[in-house]
Design a protein around this ligand. Sequence first.
Ligand SMILES: C[S@@+](CC[C@H](N)C(=O)[O-])C[C@H]1O[C@@H](n2cnc3c(N)ncnc32)[C@H](O)[C@@H]1O
Length: 279
Amino acid sequence: MPLAAHEFDFVREVVREHVGIQLDSWKTNLVETRLAAIARDERLASVDDLMRNLRTRARGPLATRVVEALLTTETSFFRDMHPFEAMRQFILPELVMQRQAQRRLTIWSAGCASGQEIYSVAMLIREHFPSLLDWSLQMVGTDISSVMLAKAMKGRYTELEINRGLPAAALIKNFEQHGLEWQIKLELRAMVEFSQMNLAGSWRALPKMDIIFLRNVLVYFDVEKKREILAKVRRQLNPDGFLFLGGAESTINLDDDFQPTYFGPAVVYRLRARVGEAA
Ligand SMILES: C[S@@+](CC[C@H](N)C(=O)[O-])C[C@H]1O[C@@H](n2cnc3c(N)ncnc32)[C@H](O)[C@@H]1O
């Protein structure tokens, strides 16, 4: 039975309240399919039954499960490549110079999904900037999804996930094979701390960041939430720090304090006051 419009609206409201995301109305089929899978898994008689449970407890574990199932968690190693090239050629060399005295560097993947983004940075650092391993290097991955975080912490990926974006040499060097899966080596896992954080809620205490990856996350929020999140990112970023957004995202018309800066084909956002000072 197709999901009634009022049921879809209810699920949409649950998602909005939990994570601040507005589900697109064309996603009815996806919502139906995912709810049916959860109903089966929870041994509930039907999606109607699931909806009844959800209505009585819109904040319990079932609601969390439904919300998590409706998040888009698509990611891959070295996704879009250009940001990682910009890191290697320009950004990390600059920060290594700037932070020579403090020997401290902070990098955050906000909305890290299953960890491929922050592990790509970890691989890049081990390969090209090994001296940073003797610094106080803090790399953090946060996400709302506990399922994604568990996978990120384990660092274990299927052949399909490995084949998306990871060069063969990086696979051999940084992963161990476990049957049909590949696990990122312990020394790389040890470089990253993962924790749960809702970008649309109040943020837990994090250090000021030199580099923030907030890629392919803002796209799911409405304009007001995007602005709120960018204002918090602004406060979280060091004045000479770097912000990466996804290819379909921008700060333009959302937050004038960020200045798009080009490193080859990569766009990186920097805080405007600092750009003025440096000129
Ligand atoms: C499409 S993935 C992007 C992963 C990675 N940044 C990349 O670009 O490959 C979006 C991630 O944002 C997370 N997310 C969505 N809403 C969130 C929120 N309110 N707080 C924290 N994470 C959220 C999702 O769980 C998902 O893992």
